[in-house]
Design a protein around this ligand. Structure first.
Ligand code: ACO
Length: 374
């Protein structure tokens, strides 16, 4: 039997921090509301493209695994905020890494894109189609956000992380996964304008508007993540007591607490990043997994449960059995270029470009070109 062990991991968090206080300088909101309703204090805003974040995260994951980019056979780019549809983003990462032998595919199931991608890559390794893969979860929500809408603008952040999978004879990696989609609720979360003419020439980022029924998504998210968690544990014969660590999608602290309660998982087993990073959509699970490894919360042989949900409304729960190694084999010297603006300055530049009474095409082109080249 072939397994797909997780042998490398790496995150790339943009350095600029947007606090709740920053948000309240231009939105009718406040730190107390955001903290008590969501558990969030701050989030990151990227000064580079999602592909650039992904290249750094992937290079770190490859170094951690001790795998040369030239030997990589598959790149899965999990995201719903791709800069372009054609060519896909995975091909951009392939080029930047010099991973010339790798197949390159994008997966978009919104916030569950990493979990869907992880299951896809695992299946391809377990069936012998490829021997190894990089799976990325990345999101650059800041450029798609409607910064005049306090109902969504306070919730999201940017970030990226990646894992390396390698074929192994030892039982490890994804041991069970359930995937689904609550499509009757697909209209509760819709971003109009995303992925269209994103290059800043015709339709612009200023057209982005969010249809977002927060309370409806909340209820369906709790139901879907809890049921999926219980189902994947039952299918694999694992009890809640046998789960060592839960790495959930981080859309809202209250959602996570409800899922943990419903599925019988104590909160001290749950890895949380929502307070510092907000909801990074597809990036939340892999970033939290990398931080769990870096802070010693993943022990050799650990059983890890990763439930998620996202637009669609897609849902997933993945069970991972960790291998023996919880430390990196190597490190990468790839890093981001310096960030010369504060997060608030970057958001105010986007807001200026999103002026509903007459967007400046020139302003947008400059902004987008600067933000997304690469
Ligand atoms: N600041 C201050 N007040 C606000 C804000 C804000 N940012 N946003 C909304 N309010 C107000 C509302 O207008 C409302 O006021 P009213 O009572 O006078 O009408 C009040 O706060 C309560 O609003 P609710 O929407 O009922 O608040 P709720 O407790 O449901 O929290 C939230 C809203 C945080 C959006 C919650 O419903 C939630 O987390 N939902 C799920 C979000 C989610 O999972 N998103 C990810 C989806 S998948 C993906 O990421 C692609």
């Amino acid at each position: 039997m072939t397994y797909a062990a997780i042998t490398g991991w790496g995150a790339c968090m943009p350095p600029a921090v947007l606090t709740n206080a920053d948000l309240s300088t231009f939105l009718d909101t406040n730190d107390e509301w955001i903290r008590t309703r969501t558990g969030m204090r701050e989030r990151r805003v990227s000064h580079v493209s999602g592909m650039e974040l992904s290249v750094v995260a992937s290079a770190r994951a490859l170094a951690c695994a001790g795998l040369d980019a030239g030997d990589l056979e598959l790149i899965v780019y999990g995201s719903c905020s791709n800069e372009e549809a054609v060519p896909n983003s995975a091909s951009g990462v392939q080029a930047a890494l010099g991973a010339t032998r790798a197949a390159a595919m994008d997966v978009n199931t919104a916030c569950t894109s990493f979990l869907y991608g992880l299951t896809t890559a695992t299946s391809m390794i377990r069936t012998g189609i490829v021997k190894n893969a990089v799976v990325i979860g990345v999101e650059l929500i800041s450029k798609y956000m409607d910064w005049s809408d306090r109902g969504v603008a306070v919730l999201f952040g940017d970030g990226a992380a990646a894992v390396v999978l390698q074929a192994s004879d030892t039982e490890s990696g994804v041991i069970g996964s359930v995937l689904g989609c609550d499509a009757l609720a697909r209209k509760t979360l819709r971003v109009r304008g995303i992925g269209v003419g994103y290059s800043g020439r015709d339709i612009t980022i200023g057209d982005t508007k969010w249809d977002f029924d927060g309370p409806a998504i909340f209820k369906r998210a709790v139901h879907a993540m809890s049921e999926a968690s219980l189902r994947v544990m039952k299918e694999q014969g694992i009890t809640a007591e046998q789960v060592d660590l839960v790495v959930p999608h981080q859309a809202n602290l209250r959602i996570i607490e409800s899922v943990a309660k419903y599925a019988g998982l104590p909160m001290d087993k749950v890895m949380l990043t929502v307070e510092r990073y907000g909801n990074m959509s597809a990036a939340t699970v892999p970033v939290a997994l990398v931080e769990a490894l870096e802070t010693g919360r993943v022990k050799p042989g650990a059983t890890i449960l990763m439930p998620g949900f996202g637009g669609g409304l897609t849902w997933a729960a993945t069970l991972v059995k960790w291998g023996d190694r919880v430390t990196p084999l190597g490190t990468s010297d790839r890093s981001l270029p310096p960030c010369t603006q504060s997060a608030l300055e970057m958001i105010n530049a986007i807001r200026a470009a999103q002026d509903p009474h007459g967007r400046s095409a020139a302003g947008l082109s400059t902004l987008v070109a600067g933000a997304f080249d690469g």
